[in-house]
Design a protein around this ligand. Structure first.
Ligand code: DGJ
Length: 742
């Protein structure tokens, strides 16, 4: 095994073991069991059972996935599926855990390979299995050739979420080409009312929730863009017809991969439902020399019988405890500091005096982290030039960044800086020196987007250059935070310096080096936090989340649009990492005018940031902001790391929305309520809270807005959940926020 493969395997194991878990001194994974026949494997945790087994033909089949079975319930070992007709061969109907393309498989394979002699038939059979501490490892092998596959399963005891991955290893004497590799196939039995929810979008319109019935045929969600993408996010949920927000079964999963990916959901003619998640097979080829191996990303899959709300709460919890980085010595991810970001205020026109003036104003309202965005380096005065030249622009900062950073620190704030390491403007010294460093095909045009090209991070020299540059930047300056941007999709995905047969390794090797770069920077600079930004939310997935501390949800900072984006985001990902800014009105995206209070309350649903031009604020704006920032600091732990209840969803053009976050210790709950517009003197419905202790007494306190007269100031959890409260809201773009302390 080469270093490269070993590292990939290590990364995969780290993800399975949980980077956070490791920091916590060992994550709590459920102990898998194998029955006395040695044919049935079970993982049980947090009210969930996942079971699979091996049949007499050595095929690995799914047996069960859903609410917990009793410990003594015996599951019969699977049997080979009989032929249904000559047109539906058994392999097509078998609920394989990891099907190879071969033996007549015409449904989606998890693994497809090509051998040098043109053979493309791969029939995987069980070789052996072992319970390796808290994971179960299954080895499969082709019936005649030395292609070995190792499947790893680990279930988080606290959430019942299963992490699955696969490693394919070439032990044949010649090369093999991996044409397609998934982390897992997951099967559900026939039902006629399955529905699938997933997230699509576009720039400034990410995390749009889609739901559609699953009927025979395939649904594909994917990115072919080299990065996770705005267009679709690698998360899905499968529910039943009767599933609602707080009741009914939901099976969900997300792929931890920040490159091109695909999730393929297909229902066969007999109703079997299969989900296959992994590298996008489109334009994929990964040639393995003898002894080499390729690891898949990790697919994280969970189940809840408590509807979409239950599913997202359990997934958020899993992300906080198993995925997100935890600072050394801490037991949970760090709370997001309140930040200020200069982008919408100044665009590229950053300089020492202007940034200092903004920093002073930001500090006066309680900002904790001041972030200077694009424009501070090279010949960067627009998006046309300078990207790649990470030297401080001396016209804008005659004495370097030190005086600004010193002032920011003296104001009691941490300093953060924008970078976009993976990109280059052709009009840059870096590109002029290294035109071959970008992803391209020899002799072909190089398509630009935002006047930039993508550096080929798969190349060792590019990796080393970026590591050196970023390491130096962090070593030379008191930088506490990097906003790591990525502003375009790939084009012409060539890597001319390697043999033609190896060029498509790019899809894996690039992301692999991105992860390695982030991990190495974190190791060298453990106090520096990183935000994953990609023109907004174009790179949000469990892979990047393991190596970054927060994500930039969307460039769309309109507070009303954001309610929908944040609702979609919360279906898959925790508010603990979801950044939201208060910016100017009218908003640059849609010219919508909203009050400063409304903008604050919308942004307070996640990690609060301010991106407005503070030079335009009046004294009363500063006073309001100061009060709301202080109010936010008193509730942020609950908002970021509590249990989220989507009481009234903004989906489907709803005029109203409301969320409740309940602290893990149950002592605080935070309610946000929003109204789009009053019409026809309609009344406001009662908002019934959830997740409180019915017996505990909670005091109600308004952060903004008010409840209708005669609302009690104290009442039991039973009262707030049963009776509820009515929020007084009249007008357009109204918002209110309350704290309940118990
Ligand atoms: C895209 C990001 O999403 C914005 O917030 C900003 O950082 C710009 N890039 C800067 O070019």
């Amino acid at each position: 095994m080469t270093d490269f493969d070993q590292r990939r395997r290590t990364l995969c194991m780290q993800l399975l073991g949980g980077l956070a878990g490791a920091a916590l001194g060992g994550s709590a994974w459920a102990r898998p069991s194998v029955d006395d026949t040695g044919k049935v494997f079970r993982l049980d945790g947090a009210g969930v059972t996942y079971a699979f087994g091996v049949n007499t033909d050595g095929q690995l089949q799914t047996l069960y996935w859903g609410s917990a079975l009793a410990p003594d319930d015996r599951l019969a070992a699977p049997v080979p599926v009989p032929e249904n007709s000559s047109n539906e061969m058994p392999v097509v109907l078998t609920p394989f855990e990891f099907p190879g393309f071969g033996g007549g498989l015409t449904v989606e394979p998890a693994l497809k390979v090509t051998f040098p002699d043109g053979v493309r038939d791969l029939v995987l059979r069980h070789v052996d299995h072992r319970v390796d501490g808290d994971r179960i490892v299954i080895r499969l092998k082709d019936v005649s050739r030395a292609v070995h596959v190792t499947l790893t399963y680990a279930m988080d005891a606290a959430t019942g979420i299963l992490a699955r991955s696969a490693v394919v290893e070439n032990r044949t004497p010649g090369w093999i080409q991996v044409d397609q590799l998934a982390a897992a196939s997951v099967n559900l039995p026939y039902a006629d009312d399955y529905r699938m929810s997933y997230l699509t979008g576009r720039w400034a319109g990410e995390f749009a929730l889609q739901t559609r019935p699953i009927v025979p045929g395939s649904i594909v969600i994917e990115s072919r863009k080299g990065a996770t993408s705005h267009q679709a996010n690698p998360w899905l949920a499968i529910s039943r017809g009767a599933t609602e927000e707080e009741s009914g079964p939901v099976w969900f999963g997300a792929l931890g991969w920040s490159g091109s990916w695909r999730i393929h959901v297909d229902m066969d003619g007999l109703g079997g439902l299969r989900t296959t998640a992994g590298y996008n097979p489109f334009d994929f080829a990964y040639r393995l020399k003898p002894g080499e191996s390729l690891a898949s990303p990790v697919f994280h899959a969970g189940f809840s019988s408590e509807g979409f709300g239950g599913a997202s709460r359990v997934f958020h919890r899993y992300q906080r405890s198993n995925i997100l980085p935890v600072p050394p010595g801490a037991s949970a991810p760090r709370l997001r500091p309140v930040l200020y970001n200069s982008w919408e205020a100044t665009l590229f026109a950053v300089d020492e005096a202007g940034q200092t003036a903004l920093a002073e104003k930001a500090a006066s309202i309680g900002v904790e982290r001041f972030v200077m965005d694009d424009g501070w380096f090279g010949a960067r005065s627009s998006d046309k030039a300078g990207l790649g030249d990470w030297v401080v622009n001396r016209k804008k900062f005659p004495n370097g960044l030190a005086p600004l950073i010193k002032r920011v620190n003296a104001l009691g704030m941490e300093f953060g800086l924008w970078v976009e390491p993976e990109m280059v403007n052709p009009d840059s010294d870096l590109y002029r020196a290294h035109p071959d460093w970008v992803i391209h095909f020899q002799g072909r045009p190089r398509s630009e987007a935002r006047n930039q090209l993508v550096l080929n991070l798969a190349r060792k020299d590019v990796y080393e250059h970026l590591l050196k540059m970023l390491d130096r930047l962090l070593a030379d300056h008191a930088i506490g935070f990097l906003k790591w941007d990525h502003n375009r999709a790939w084009s012409e995905p060539g890597w001319p310096e390697v043999a033609a047969a190896d060029q498509q390794r790019l899809y894996v090797a690039y992301v692999d080096n991105l992860y390695k770069l982030l991990a190495e920077l974190r190791r060298r600079h453990p106090k520096v936090e990183i935000e994953s930004c990609a023109s907004g939310g174009g790179r949000v997935d469990l892979g990047i989340m393991a190596l970054t501390d927060q994500v930039w949800t969307s460039d769309n900072t309109d507070p009303f649009d954001r309610l929908l984006i944040q609702d979609g985001f919360s279906r898959a990902y925790t508010p603990a990492i979801m950044m939201a800014w208060v910016t100017d009105a009218p908003n640059f995206v849609n010219r919508r005018v909203t009050s400063l209070e409304y903008r604050f309350l919308s942004a307070m649903q996640g990690g609060l940031g301010i991106g407005a031009n503070l030079n335009h604020w009046k004294a009363e704006d500063f006073a309001l902001a100061k009060r709301l920032v202080a109010g936010y600091k008193a509730i942020r732990k609950t908002v970021q790391q509590g249990d989220l209840y989507r009481l009234v969803s903004p989906q489907g053009g709803s005029n109203r929305s409301a969320t409740l976050s309940v602290a893990q210790d149950g002592r605080q709950a935070v309610l946000f309520a929003f109204l789009h517009s009053s019409g026809l003197r309609e009344a406001q419905p009662r908002i019934q809270l959830r997740g409180l202790d019915p017996k505990k007494e909670y005091a109600l306190r308004a952060i903004a807005g008010k409840a209708v007269p005669r609302t009690p100031q104290r009442a039991s959890g039973a009262y707030w959940m049963g009776h509820g409260l009515v929020v007084e809201m009249v007008g357009d773009f109204q918002a209110a926020a309350f704290v309940l302390e118990g």
